[in-house]
Write a protein that binds this ligand. Structure first.
Ligand SMILES: [Zn+2]
Length: 220
């Protein structure tokens, strides 16, 4: 029994130090912007904030159906993202998967409002788990879109979430906050949060099971 406990403690220590190693390497990403070949990739996370005044250049509203109650600003994404999102939604629909846009671009001010509203409705612990603080959100880049389904219940085992996880990369999107990689991304698993990185990078990350921080580390 003692031996078992000792082994358990040892495994625990190894896992703990591995986790810290990864956290340290993740913190070495110090810029918001990385050049991978000719592609400029933005990395926003808790340690790597976006400027308060950053506003994307070409925000437009994609022709996709939206969930009820989505603010007009949140319907916007960067033009290139909008085109890919429309293709993804259409192809999904052709296979019987109906998606809805739930939240795209959020300005610093809207992110602030979203964060504070969540604290009021669900408390600070839940807000910190699921809503980024202003300046730490990818939604300010115009490169992200949260999606949902008609039931507004988008967990990992719904057919919509499964289709997204298997197909999003073909349209240049990644599931930004992956299960099991929370210690790297600093965010809980979010099967609904799509981030545009372009087909080539999305496919590479999908095939190698990488999150954005890991991909940037590997490529630099
Ligand atoms: Zn999101």
């Amino acid at each position: 029994m003692k031996k078992l406990i000792k082994t358990g403690i040892l495994i625990g220590l190894v896992l703990f130090s591995l986790k810290n190693l990864n956290q340290d390497s993740f913190k070495s990403i110090k810029n918001c912007s990385y050049m991978i070949g000719s592609e400029k990739i933005l990395v926003i996370n808790k340690h790597n904030k976006i400027d308060k005044n950053f506003v994307p250049n070409n925000l437009i509203e994609p022709s996709i159906p939206f969930n009820d109650g989505v603010e007009n600003e949140e319907k916007l994404v960067e033009k290139e993202v909008a085109v890919s999102l429309e293709k993804l939604f259409k192809d999904a629909e052709n296979t019987g998967i109906f998606l809805l846009g739930n939240s795209g671009y959020r300005s610093f001010e809207l992110q602030d409002k979203t964060y504070k509203n969540r604290i009021l409705s669900e408390g600070k612990d839940m807000a910190d788990k699921y809503v980024a603080k202003p300046g730490q959100s990818e939604h300010q880049t115009g490169l992200a879109m949260d999606v949902t389904n008609k039931a507004n219940y988008f967990t990992e085992d719904t057919k919509e979430a499964i289709w997204i996880s298997e197909n999003a990369h073909k349209y240049g999107f990644i599931i930004r906050y992956q299960k099991g990689k929370e210690y790297i991304t600093g965010c809980n698993y979010e099967p609904w949060h799509l981030r545009y990185v372009g087909k080539k990078i999305a496919t590479n990350m999908h095939e190698n099971n990488l999150v954005l921080e890991e991909y940037i580390e590997n490529e630099n």
